[in-house]
Each structure stands twice: as C-alpha cells, then as structure tokens.
Write a protein that binds this ligand. Structure first.
Ligand code: MRU
Length: 350
C-alpha cells in the first residue's frame, strides 16, 4: 500500500535490524522504529507498536532471523518472542516457519537461510491478503456499505489486509464501497488506524462509536460486516478483537451477513473450539486512560475513570461459528464449520 505515494509494508528487514511503522503514533505521526535486538522486537509486539495477527507473525519471523544474524541462542530467542502475545496463532506460524530454516550448520549459512525464509513468509502473507481481496470481492455490489471492527487492513497484514482487502479491491474496481469503522475501545485501532488507512486509499468511510453498530444494522444501514481474526479454531469459531462477538450477534438479529476474513496462517486445527483459544488480558491503563493529541498537536494521555477504579480488560473474544456466514481466505470463501476449515486447509496444501 502507498503512504504519501510511497510503497510501504508494516514491517521490513534493514541492515541494522527490523524496521516497522510505529502503530502507536498513528494517525498523528508516521514514525519508523527499528528493533536492533530480539528483546526490542519482543517489546515492540508487547507494546503494540507492531500489531495485527499476520503482521506480528511476520515481525517475529524477522526477529528470529535477527537472532541468527547476531549469533544469539535461537531457542531462547524463540521462547522470548513466543511469550509476547497469546491469542494470535500467526505469531507461532511465523516463528515455526523461520525456525525450520535454522538447521544449517555454519552461523553465516543459518543467518542467510533464516532471513530468506522470513522474507518468503512475509511475501506469502502479502499474497494471501491480495487473494483474500479477490475472493471477497464477490460479496460486493455497487455502493456496498460494510461495517468493520478493529484494524484488519494493511497495517495488520503487511499489505492489503484481511477484512479491508476486499474493500480495497472493490474501491479500485470503481464500486464505491462505504465503510462504517467501529472505533474499537480501548486501543481504538478503528479510530486511529482503519480511518487513516481508508483515507490514504480514498475509500469513503465514517467513524462510529462502538455502541452505535447494532443501531445501524437494525436501521438497514449496513449490507455486510467483515472482520479479521486472530485464530480460527478447528470447528470454525473465530477469535478477534474484543467486541467482535457483539457485532456478530447484532448482525444475526438484523439479518446482516457476517464474514470473517483470515489467511490460512490464522487457522489453528490444533485448537478444537473457541473455548480453547487463550484470551489475552491487557493492562488496566488501556481502559483507565485515553491517549491522543490536543489542539496544538501535542500528545496527551488523560485519565477517564476515578483513581483506584478496578478494571478487567480482555483483548479478544470468540465469535461462535454459527454466527459466521463464511470465512474469506486466500483459497476461497469457506463455511465456518469443521468441514469448511478442513476444506480450506486441504486446498492450501494442494
Ligand atoms: O490487539 P490487536 O490490535 O493486535 O488485534 C488485532 C485484531 O484483532 C485484528 O482484527 C486481527 O488481528 C485480524 S488482523 C488481520
């Protein structure tokens, strides 16, 4: 995707380490960070400077390639990176793929092999996003009004995105889609990132408070809901950003189709159902404070609840497969059932 006319990915390899767009600074500033050690890669994932399921898989893969280049203990690097976030299975897909290239005997060969594998994994995720866009385009008509939650665009997937990939395809095909963007409390990925991405692409959109989504669906203002996912279980249940399940319930009640868009790297056949997906709990401060810029453009962090308020802050929820109209993957749209998941995995292997 282009930023100010320049082709960019969310993260990329450079001579000194792994570069990334610092997603904590958007939309107010486009800052590039550099992780020069495995610990810095891990912290960037934990602090959500790099976030979104496929993007953290790619970034962690580069982190392991960095460990190989620096001559670090690869087992320890793997363990550190694997501890960063628990929900998105893509993290392990990236780590396991790159670890598979670590067997080479000499340090130089190992460094080359891990980097080549990390790059190939990155390119495969980009290609998957592009193909998701192609398959998802079938759900669009002229002027389709889509509602999305969180950020499942190119920042979360390196390029194209998952939920937003079909939107970008439809936009480029002249179909003039319109996107309702849930703000996505508490980290506001919708308000900060999805709006920014859509504006860069010139896609028509409106930001809505999370609480407004059900009302819009009830009033017939939404044709289609598409969200991303952090892990699709063997039975088709899908974990995604907290609040997604509620949108799916509202969509079912209002008769609006609810689709999940996810690459095969998000499928986890080893997890039987959504009940088995670990749900990350994040810090109280994400709920107690909001961050933004004031009228002079200065970054501010302000408290919104009384001091001492107790908080519970789950980062994800699970949408049961019964509420999902289909899963848009790079190998086509499949049903959100055990058979559909197996079919997608088989097609990907073929
Ligand atoms: O906590 P985040 O911002 O990493 O959560 C991201 C999401 O939940 C996305 O919707 C999901 O990763 C799918 S992105 C392709």
């Amino acid at each position: 995707m282009k930023v100010n006319g320049r082709d960019m990915r969310a993260t990329w390899w450079i001579e000194d380490g792994v570069a990334y767009i610092d997603q904590r600074r958007l939309p107010h500033a486009l800052e590039i960070g550099v992780a020069a050690s495995v610990e810095e890669v891990a912290r960037a994932i934990e602090d959500m400077a790099v976030r979104g399921a496929p993007a953290i898989g790619v970034f962690a893969g580069y982190g392991l390639a960095l460990a190989a280049k620096l001559g670090d203990d690869l087992g320890a690097a793997y363990e550190r990176l694997a501890r960063t976030r628990p929900t998105a299975i893509n993290l392990w897909k990236g780590l396991d793929t790159v670890r598979g290239a670590c067997a080479a005997a000499s340090k130089t060969l190992r460094a080359r092999a891990t980097l080549a594998t990390a790059r190939a994994f990155d390119d495969a995720e980009v290609a998957a996003g592009e193909a998701i866009g192609t398959h998802g385009l079938a759900l669009f008509r002229q002027g389709t009004r889509v509602l999305t939650h969180c950020n499942a665009g190119w920042l979360a997937v390196q390029d194209w995105g998952t939920a937003l990939a079909p939107v970008y395809r439809a936009h480029r095909a002249g179909m003039e889609p319109f996107v309702y963007v849930d703000e996505t409390r508490p980290r506001l990925q919708g308000a900060r990132l999805t709006t920014w991405e859509l504006a860069q692409e010139g896609v028509r959109h409106a930001l809505i408070a999370d609480n407004a989504a059900a009302h819009l669906m009830q009033r017939g203002m939404v044709d289609l809901v598409i969200t991303g996912s952090d892990r699709v279980a063997a039975n088709g249940d899908a974990a995604n950003k907290i609040g997604t399940f509620g949108k799916a319930c509202a969509a079912r009640q209002a008769g609006v189709p609810f689709y999940v868009a996810a690459p095969i790297s998000t499928f986890d056949p080893g997890t039987a159902s959504g009940a088995d997906i670990p749900i990350e709990e994040r810090s109280d401060d994400e709920v107690l404070f909001v961050e933004g810029v004031d009228e002079s453009g200065t970054a501010r962090r302000v408290r919104v609840a009384p001091e001492g308020t107790a908080v519970f802050n789950p980062g994800f929820d699970v949408t049961p497969h019964e509420l999902i109209s289909g899963i848009i993957t790079e190998v086509g749209i499949v049903r959100a059932t055990a058979e559909g998941v197996a079919e997608a995995l088989n097609r990907a292997k073929a």
